[in-house]
Design a protein around this ligand. Structure first.
Ligand SMILES: *Cc1c(COP(=O)(O)O)cnc(C)c1O
Length: 386
């Protein structure tokens, strides 16, 4: 994409890429173009905008901004993260095989197993912390590696730079779900990945007020196929959500810095709590945070040494942390994966992975850290002696 801010720093691109003041009015803020259809100069004229499923000016502004932040050539904005994932899976055909990390976002696992298997796709799940696990899972029909790093909710890290060459050797595509890290923390295309996916519903939007997704790529042929899939299926993002994400992106770097500072302080506190059995945080499992990750981000999970009822009491005892699914907003959220975000993964599969009844996941917001710590202390006090 033609980004005249290409040589500027991330923080500048987040505010300006794709968002040059409009010619017609001089509007500094990108207008929301609600028109579904556009006047053409002659029958068959496709030189400009034609129909908003194919292309819309507000969406294009967002796509240019996203391409710029991930340092990719092409970006496409979708109606949700899962809609973006579907466009990736539509690159494949019946009989193809995918190797994916085992600690997947619950909705991704559901789409793979409950829908896509029915259309003849096959999936193998591996612990992504060890790159050779990907190699060992390869079959003759493997076409795609699916990576999440850090994973949700156990914050496992995969070394993208080491996995990509294993794929490239065999012509396998590598896709990375970069929702948790965001391009401010990690840029998978620069580490060799072919496709980056985002649920923009999380950090990119950043305010828990929209559902959206995106794909960013470098290869022109692959990008054309993805765009065709989006146009043919119709999973594109609407103009209002596109605008909201553009607004969110402008503060992404500020938010990620603060999310990370707050989450680090919360981890320090959790380490002092005796009923906390285990903390899941990038690098906490003894494996180093890959140096390609600039910050740990805002997600922290931990296991409380208590039964289901006690943990339920805990997650209901906070006031600043809101009991809710999702993540990545300025507001802090608390979640019980086993009964909420990951309830679609069968117990036999999630327990061995570590998604136990005692597991709690925090999406640490950008509130005052003192208030967040008091909130957690109060909740631990509520279950003390249970
Ligand atoms: C939320 C999420 C998704 C799905 O995105 P939606 O926008 O909810 O469709 C995919 N991957 C990860 C890591 C997520 O957190």
């Amino acid at each position: 994409m033609d980004d005249k801010f290409k040589n500027k720093k991330f923080e500048t691109r987040a505010i300006h890429s794709g968002q040059i003041p409009e010619d017609h009015t001089g509007a500094v803020t990108t207008p929301i173009h609600f028109s579904s259809t556009y006047r053409v100069d002659f029958p068959g004229d496709e030189s400009g905008y034609v129909y908003s499923r194919w292309s819309n000016p507000t969406r294009v502004a967002l796509e240019e901004a996203l391409a710029s932040l991930e340092e990719g050539e092409f970006a496409y904005a979708f109606s949700s993260g899962l809609s973006a994932l579907t466009a990736v899976l539509h690159l494949l055909k019946a009989g193809d095989h995918i190797v994916a990390v085992d600690d997947l976002y619950g909705g991704t696992h559901r789409l793979f197993e409950k829908l896509m298997r029915k259309f003849g796709l096959d999936f193998t799940y591996v612990d992504g912390r060890e790159p050779s696990n990907f190699e060992q899972a390869i079959k003759d029909n493997t076409r795609l590696f699916w990576i999440e790093t850090p994973t949700n909710p156990l914050m496992k890290l995969a070394d993208i730079e080491q996995i990509v060459p294993i794929a490239k050797k065999r012509g396998i595509l590598t896709a990375v779900d970069n929702t948790f890290a965001t391009p401010y923390i990690q840029q998978p295309l620069k580490l060799g990945a072919d496709i980056v996916l985002h649920s923009a519903s999380k950090y990119l939007g950043g305010h828990c007020d929209l559902i959206g997704g995106a794909l960013v790529l470098n290869d022109e042929k692959l990008a054309e196929q993805v765009r065709f899939n989006q146009y043919a299926v119709g999973g594109m993002l609407g103009p209002f959500e596109s605008w909201l994400i553009l607004r969110g992106l402008k503060t992404l770097h500020l938010r990620m810095e603060r999310h990370s500072v707050n989450s680090m302080k919360i981890v320090e506190y959790l380490e002092t709590v005796s009923s906390v059995k285990k903390i899941y945080y990038p690098g906490q499992d003894g494996k180093q945070v890959p140096n390609k990750m600039k910050l740990p981000g805002g997600m922290v999970s931990f296991e409380i040494d208590a039964d289901f009822e006690t943990v339920k009491k805990f997650v209901m005892a906070t006031t600043v942390f809101v009991l809710a699914e999702s993540l990545g907003g300025v507001e802090s959220l608390i979640n019980h994966p086993a009964s909420m975000t990951h309830s679609s993964i069968p117990k036999e599969m999630r327990e061995p992975l570590g998604i136990t009844d005692g597991l709690v996941r925090l999406s640490v917001g950008v509130e005052a850290i003192d208030d967040l710590l008091i909130d957690l202390r109060t909740a631990f006090a509520a279950i003390a002696g249970a």
